[in-house]
Design a binder for this molecule. Structure first.
Ligand code: PCA
Length: 324
């Protein structure tokens, strides 16, 4: 299959991009709702590649976890079930602690700092992914993470015993350290999980709260700015290597544009969605001093634990980030 693909693309390139007959389509699973800015950015990337290659390579996005659920996407790309897809890599930090560099509490809490941290992590992360048969194309941050509840919360003590929706091991650890009970649930499933009382609190962005209409189940959003986790668009490395240079150049160009546009969309969506949560009746604002200070203390424990797991490679990312 791969050999046929390579031959087809070589022939197509030789005959000129616009020639029909040897075109191929790559399905691109994405985990978040079609209206979300990550999905919008992915759709533009797909269009850019499809048009840029004159249809020799068509990329077809499948948002909302419709082709593969979030947790399955990375494996699907690695094993070649699909050739490309998007995943929140911190969801796999138990596989390699480096995947959790973007979920270390209070290390990088603004869009600007998230960019700097990404600049420090991109090289090492690209290598880790390559060893897993994955080629990194681009990455876009979520807006900063805040806490959602259905009551006023002023301290960690107020969180004790709550059923907490987590999305990676950092969020599960945060729950444990604050006396809550974590359950990992994909974003696509959370409206139902909250409506049926499986969980009653979570950490996420205003973006996901808006996408999933959290005001239907919850009342408070505390903008604690814990971290900005990132989504990553990755290709199966063998499929990537089998593309001809022209196609790869087009994809690299489209990926750079997507990363740039995605950053701006994220910033814009952050403001828009926090306003929307408030418009729908949620109390949106910063955490009180006591809660924020207690979260910082938990953050220090989590930072120490992450550095222990990530070892010198993790420390090198933090050092490179802090040096800039
Ligand atoms: N939304 C995703 C990950 C981080 C975010 O803001 C989620 O809640 O699953």
């Amino acid at each position: 299959m791969k050999t046929i693909t390579k031959a087809a693309l070589t022939l197509t390139a030789a005959a000129g991009f616009a020639s029909a007959g040897f075109a191929e389509t790559w399905d691109m699973p994405m985990a978040y709702s079609a209206t979300n800015f990550h999905s919008a950015t992915g759709a533009e990337f797909a269009k850019c590649v499809t048009e840029g290659t004159g249809g020799a390579l068509t990329i077809k996005t499948h948002p909302g976890g419709s082709l593969f659920a979030g947790g399955e996407i990375k494996r699907a790309i690695q094993t070649g079930q699909v050739n490309i897809g998007e995943r929140l890599l911190s969801g796999h930090q138990n596989e390699n602690a480096l995947f959790g560099f973007d979920s270390v509490p209070f290390l990088a809490t603004s869009f600007e700092d998230s960019e700097k941290l990404w600049a420090a992590a991109k090289g090492p992360l690209t290598k880790v992914l390559e060893a897993q048969n994955l080629h990194l194309l681009y990455s876009v941050p979520w807006p900063s993470q805040g806490l959602y509840f259905k009551k006023e919360v002023n301290s960690i003590a107020d969180m004790k015993g709550l059923k907490f929706r987590s999305y990676n091991s950092a969020t599960a650890r945060l729950a444990e350290l604050s006396g809550m009970l974590p359950t990992q649930i994909e974003a696509a499933e959370i409206s139902q999980a909250f409506a049926t009382g499986v969980v009653d609190s979570m950490i996420s962005s205003g973006a996901t709260g808006y996408d999933r209409k959290m005001w239907e189940s919850l009342t408070h959003f505390y903008d604690v700015q814990a971290w900005l986790p990132r989504n990553y668009i990755m290709a199966n490395k063998e499929a990537w290597d089998a593309l001809d240079d022209n196609t790869r150049n087009v994809m690299n160009g489209c990926a750079s544009v997507a990363e740039y546009a995605g950053d701006w969309r994220s910033i814009q969506y952050a403001g828009f969605t926090l306003n929307e949560l408030a418009k729908h009746g949620m109390k949106v604002g910063p955490a009180g001093e006591k809660l924020q200070a207690e979260l910082k203390a938990i953050g220090e424990i989590m930072t120490k634990e992450w550095l222990e797991k990530a070892g010198p490679a993790g420390q090198a990312i933090v050092d490179a980030y802090k040096a800039n």
